[in-house]
Ligand binder design. Structure first.
Ligand SMILES: *[C@@H]1O[C@H](CO)[C@@H](O)[C@H](O)[C@H]1NC(C)=O
Ligand SMILES: *[C@@H]1O[C@H](CO)[C@@H](O)[C@H](O)[C@H]1NC(C)=O
Ligand SMILES: *[C@@H]1O[C@H](CO)[C@@H](O)[C@H](O)[C@H]1NC(C)=O
Ligand SMILES: *[C@@H]1O[C@H](CO)[C@@H](O)[C@H](O)[C@H]1NC(C)=O
Ligand SMILES: *[C@@H]1O[C@H](CO)[C@@H](O)[C@H](O)[C@H]1NC(C)=O
Ligand SMILES: *[C@@H]1O[C@H](CO)[C@@H](O)[C@H](O)[C@H]1NC(C)=O
Ligand SMILES: *[C@@H]1O[C@H](CO)[C@@H](O)[C@H](O)[C@H]1NC(C)=O
Ligand SMILES: *[C@@H]1O[C@H](CO)[C@@H](O)[C@H](O)[C@H]1NC(C)=O
Ligand SMILES: *[C@@H]1O[C@H](CO)[C@@H](O)[C@H](O)[C@H]1NC(C)=O
Ligand SMILES: *[C@@H]1O[C@H](CO)[C@@H](O)[C@H](O)[C@H]1NC(C)=O
Ligand SMILES: *[C@@H]1O[C@H](CO)[C@@H](O)[C@H](O)[C@H]1NC(C)=O
Length: 648
């Protein structure tokens, strides 16, 4: 290390023990001068050494926040050097695997979904020794700090007090119903390759780069499979199925070859996506029922490793799925949300107005254009989406309001959520939601909320708590439905007013839509709701699925799609036929699941749509946390529930 390098290192160490740097700090000006005459490589070496020194302690939390403080100092003078510096420190000290070091710290490129530049952006604005740093070190640096206490802040000043008349839900006069389609989590695998390795050593298989690191000997479990037809597709003109060419020797060099329509260890080939959409349309035609509109709860891009996730592939995946939905669903409006995968780099989304949101604007521009071109949103709504993370509010023809939110604003992997994180609404999205709800409440209009990530799953505690408070304030009179995706499982979440979970404290519930992608280990599925035309309460849900394993040995023919169950019938709950399947109904279902293993098993079967991988709930600790998941809505409540389970 050069002398100057040592000097910088000494400065950096001062900041580990000192307070975060202010822009006006005199020592900062000194560092800046020093950095300007230093070679970039010397700065990188010196600071990565400081990171190493800061980590030489058994106080993992102090080490983590110390690294953030050093990183912040660097980011304020040379943000461009942050990625290389942290990547070097990470690799030199084997802090993580090379690929994880690259994912977390390598500078942003269009080639792979690395996030080092987003990390540098975050450092510039964060408070390393306050809540920001603690939160980051808990969620994004392997639990280096204990989970910090969630700040007691609220947005209740944004709404008027609740009136008595809003403490009950409107009751229908027994009017007509209409139908709404709910589809979720397509995750198109653009490089899905018939004959590629299914039994691969990484998380995402069936690609040309999927290999089994242990053995390529053909696995006997697949010995009778014969559905290896390359190039199978649905025609653009009339959607009819064309089977491709049979592979001549699929078992050569792979343990299990990928069949035509997909596999449980792979995301969805477009063929499967088209098949699911064809099934929706054929089913409606056969049953002579219309879907008035569709909600799509997010995730278009596949789960392949970051090094295989590039910008072009992200754009193409988003465009393909939107096109496929439009081609099949025609004039039916589709109200979409974006998922955590539907951005580049993966998971990132910056707040408007703080200098970084131009990094994401291409995505909002493109999707708002698509939504408008396809007639799903009008000009004004699309323009709102363009400038507000693709979120929007629409009044449907039937008189319902649908509000779409971008859940990356509360996603635990999004770097931009870690600065000013005691601010309950740095994205401004909650204020938008509240304003819309206040307006609807005044007009006695009912509202559905759609977003991708459930607030208890992968969501940060503060925004999750705020979401829960908003739902509580506007339930049951205004919020008639809440819909999520993300987990790929057929599930629901209950929100209770107090710690006591009872029929008297139940507030509202959310429906989690099952995925089309079979990853990981689920059968592809979709559902529709029967909706009361006056109250927009859900009267029933009807669920459809396909047994994917039956397509492995059917000579490449199309999957068969089957009726799975209706939510009113399947759980044997006694419930008045005129009453909606509201939170009170689902409370009764959750109680059965809690107390009776046969209902817990039923729930698991449905969650994974009877796939070959459903856990056996009578064994070991299987299914133990199911009730915690179903009976909570907010991150902290879920964590508390699981902690209680573990201590018992
Ligand atoms: C960390 O803890 C180990 C085991 O208690 C001890 O041997 C070591 O000296 C400690 N290291 C530091 C830097 O305190
Ligand atoms: C949170 O803040 C509110 C309002 O300031 C206060 O009434 C309440 O007691 C606080 N709760 C906790 C747990 O500190
Ligand atoms: C049911 O009918 C009554 C009387 O016509 C009306 O006041 C009320 O608004 C109706 N309920 C709903 C939910 O439309
Ligand atoms: C998959 O590959 C592993 C070796 O990596 C092997 O042990 C296993 O039996 C194979 N088959 C299945 C069905 O997992
Ligand atoms: C399996 O085949 C792939 C591709 O041909 C090869 O790269 C890999 O080394 C083979 N693995 C084993 C264990 O033979
Ligand atoms: C899926 O459907 C779209 C729209 O009709 C079509 O352009 C595309 O080629 C289809 N892909 C496959 C694999 O069927
Ligand atoms: C779809 O179009 C193709 C080619 O134009 C034709 O061969 C096929 O019979 C059509 N299928 C149906 C079901 O109409
Ligand atoms: C951080 O959030 C607070 C509200 O909690 C706000 O007053 C402040 O302006 C925010 N800081 C920045 C830089 O936006
Ligand atoms: C659900 O509907 C039933 C029957 O209309 C009603 O008694 C109950 O209060 C409703 N529950 C909620 C949480 O709105
Ligand atoms: C629900 O009731 C039906 C009919 O009585 C019964 O066959 C079924 O086993 C019950 N379901 C469960 C999960 O107990
Ligand atoms: C598919 O999986 C289900 C669930 O494990 C099983 O019951 C069924 O027999 C399997 N079908 C085939 C053709 O393997």
């Amino acid at each position: 290390m050069s002398l100057l390098g040592l000097l910088v290192w000494a400065y950096a160490l001062v900041f580990v023990s000192g307070s975060p740097v202010d822009n006006g700090d005199e020592s900062l000006a000194n560092i800046l001068n020093t950095f300007q005459i230093m070679d970039d490589k010397d700065v990188t070496v010196a600071i990565s050494h400081a990171l190493k020194e800061a980590s030489l302690t058994n106080d993992t939390c102090g080490a983590c926040t110390g690294r953030l403080a050093i990183g912040k100092s660097l980011s304020l003078v040379r943000p461009d050097l942050v990625p290389a510096t942290f990547e070097k420190w990470c690799n030199d000290n084997k802090y993580a695997s090379e690929s994880t070091c690259a994912t977390n710290y390598h500078r942003n490129t269009v080639e792979a979904s690395t996030t080092g530049s987003n990390f540098a952006d975050m450092l510039q604005l964060m408070d390393p020794y306050g809540y920001d740093g603690q939160l980051y070190c808990y969620y994004k640096d392997s639990g280096a700090c204990p989970k910090p206490k969630t700040p007691n802040v609220s947005l209740s000043h944004l709404w008027p007090a609740k009136q008595d008349k809003h403490k009950v839900a409107p009751v229908s006069n027994g009017s007509d119903t209409f139908n709404v389609l709910h589809i979720s989590d397509f995750h198109i695998e653009l490089d899905y390759t018939v004959g590629a390795e299914v039994n691969c050593s990484t998380s995402m298989c069936c690609t040309p780069h999927s290999i089994n690191a242990k053995s390529n000997a053909s696995d006997s479990s697949a010995s009778n499979w014969n559905s290896f037809y390359d190039g199978s597709h649905y025609m653009d003109s009339n959607f009819s199925f064309v089977r491709g060419d049979k592979l001549s020797n699929p078992f050569q060099g792979v343990s299990i070859p990928a069949p035509s329509f997909g596999h449980y260890h792979c995301d969805a080939p477009e063929l499967l996506i088209n098949s699911s959409l064809n099934n929706v349309v054929d089913f409606a035609k056969k049953q002579k029922l219309d879907f008035e509109f569709a909600i799509f709860t997010g995730d278009l891009v596949d789960h392949d490793e970051i090094r295989f996730t590039d910008y072009k592939m992200t754009v193409k995946s988003e465009q393909y799925i939107m096109r496929d939905m439009k081609s099949r669903l025609g004039d039916m409006p589709v109200y979409p949300v974006l998922g955590n995968h539907d951005t580049f780099p993966y998971g990132e989304l910056a707040q408007e107005g703080y200098g970084f949101s131009n990094k994401d604007s291409w995505n909002a521009d493109m999707l708002a254009d698509i939504y408008e071109d396809y007639g799903w949103l009008d000009r004004k709504q699309a323009d709102y989406a363009r400038h507000h993370y693709t979120g929007f509010s629409v009044n449907t023809k039937q008189g319902l309001k649908v509000i779409s939110l971008n859940s990356n604003a509360f996603y635990k992997k999004n770097h931009y959520c870690y600065w000013n994180s005691t601010n309950p609404d740095s994205f401004g999205q909650w204020e938008f939601l509240i304003d819309e709800l206040v307006e609807s409440e005044k007009n006695d209009q009912r509202v559905w909320i759609i977003t991708h990530i459930p607030p208890i799953s992968d969501s940060l505690p503060l925004p999750s708590k705020i979401f829960g408070e908003i739902v509580e304030r506007f339930s049951p009179s205004t919020i008639a439905g809440i819909f999520f995706g993300h987990t790929h499982l057929d599930q629901f979440n209950l929100l209770y007013a107090k710690d006591v979970k009872s029929i008297d404290t139940i507030v509202n519930m959310a429906w989690i839509g099952q995925a089309v992608t079979p990853w990981v280990e689920n059968n592809p599925a979709w559902r529709y709701y029967e909706v009361d035309s006056e109250t927009f309460s859900i009267m029933n849900s009807f669920n459809y699925y396909s047994k994917l394993n039956e397509t492995f040995a059917n000579e490449g023919q199309e999957p068969e799609w089957l009726f799975e169950y209706s939510a009113r019938d399947v759980y044997n709950v006694t419930w008045p036929s005129q009453a909606p399947l509201n939170a009170s109904y689902w409370h009764l279902v959750a109680e059965k699941i809690k107390s009776d293993v046969s209902y817990r098993q039923l729930y698991e079967n449905l969650a994974k749509r009877w796939s070959p991988y459903v856990p056996d709930c009578s064994k070991g600790k299987n299914c133990q946390t199911d009730y915690c998941f179903l009976s909570t809505f907010v991150t902290d409540d879920y964590d508390k529930c699981v902690a209680q389970l573990k201590s018992n």
